[in-house]
Design a protein around this ligand. Sequence first.
Ligand SMILES: Nc1ncnc2c1ncn2[C@@H]1O[C@H](COP(=O)(O)OP(=O)(O)O)[C@@H](O)[C@H]1O
Ligand SMILES: CC(C)(COP(=O)(O)O)[C@@H](O)C(=O)NCCC(=O)O
Ligand SMILES: [K+]
Length: 244
Amino acid sequence: MKLFIDAGNTRLKWCLDDQGRTLASGTGLLEEENPVSSAGELISQVRSVAISTVASEERRAHLLDSLAKLCPVPVQFYWSEQTRNGLVNAYQDVARMGADRWHAMYGAWLDHKQGFVVVDAGSAVTVDYVDSRGQHLGGYILPGLQMMLRSLRTDAARIWFDPEQGLATDPGSSTGECVNHGLAWLSGAMVERVIADAREHSLADVLVTGGDANRLIGLGLSGIHRPDLVLSGLRAIHAEETSE
Ligand SMILES: Nc1ncnc2c1ncn2[C@@H]1O[C@H](COP(=O)(O)OP(=O)(O)O)[C@@H](O)[C@H]1O
Ligand SMILES: CC(C)(COP(=O)(O)O)[C@@H](O)C(=O)NCCC(=O)O
Ligand SMILES: [K+]
């Protein structure tokens, strides 16, 4: 059995794979003693681990320590690449691209050859465009939804509010409404840009992943929700690398 991990800046997503079948999946926190505690006893059957991560070196080392205690098996990290199976990265320096973006794009490329957008609404929001030839046209990195609220709370002395998940975008008449509606309004504007760009570049599909995917879908981002997109790409790449 293999353990696949997508370790982001906020949460860790994992799944257990037995010859291509998903036996279990869950989420955890990187700093926990056992970040895959939700896998329970199954962890003892793991024979190898494959990881996609954008966490700091310190947190990556901590994850390795935790895994070594839980299951002392080989661990392989997978990073961004220049090209794979027809998908071509637009970055000149691909080592700089977050591994999660490349793995999400590859997961999308396998099923959506007619051109696509990947929106990953995690700690940060990333938007990547890939055309029907597999050429990555480039992308955007924006502050995530929680990150924006946190910066308003910490960097502005007189802004107090309770965060809400609402979708209202009308002009607010209290600090709380102005902040919460403002975030929905800004996110909605981003969604409109993504839809317009997809049309302009003839990208047929919009794939949405990340912890805030449903919020963006609620704000009009009509697309395919693929919470497992990074893990899908990682699993495919691992399978290709280990079958050679
Ligand atoms: N249970 C949860 N714990 C933490 N964040 C969550 C949860 N559910 C939804 N979120 C939202 O998801 C975002 C993190 O998304 P995620 O895809 O896990 O990020 P990352 O890949 O950066 O770790 C947070 O900013 C938050 O708004
Ligand atoms: C943009 C990101 C922070 C998104 O990570 P996440 O929100 O999923 O934790 C991550 O992909 C990253 O650290 N990228 C490095 C810079 C780049 O992709 O160019
Ligand atoms: K992200």
